[in-house]
Design a protein around this ligand. Structure first.
Ligand SMILES: O=C(O)C[C@H]1C=CC(=O)O1
Length: 91
């Protein structure tokens, strides 16, 4: 199943910079592992925002929830998910 996921990152302005850098490095490593595995199909930056638009390919919403809730930045993100299905006019 494909899912369209928007993640808005809201790190507290007073977060320790070393803690923020460590979270971002951990997030990057996991994001790249999931991309290599074909699970995180697309990852795009939204211009002018600390947010991304992503496409995930996972068997179920439960599995997507597990992945998203285990992201290091999860406690600091607002996430919106849309399940996708094939458009009848798509070629
Ligand atoms: O930067 C972001 O959009 C948040 C998150 C998603 C992938 C990653 O490395 O960080």
């Amino acid at each position: 199943m494909l899912f369209h996921v928007e993640m808005q990152v809201n790190l507290p302005p007073d977060m320790d910079p070393e803690r923020a850098a460590a979270l971002k490095a951990d997030e990057k490593a996991l994001a790249q592992e999931l991309q290599r595995a074909g699970t995180w199909r697309h990852l795009w930056r939204v211009v002018g925002q600390y947010s991304n638009v992503s496409i995930f390919d996972v068997p179920s919403g439960d599995e997507l929830h597990d992945i998203l809730s285990n992201l290091p930045l999860f406690p600091y993100m607002d996430i919106q998910v849309k399940a996708l299905t094939r458009h009848p006019s798509a070629i």
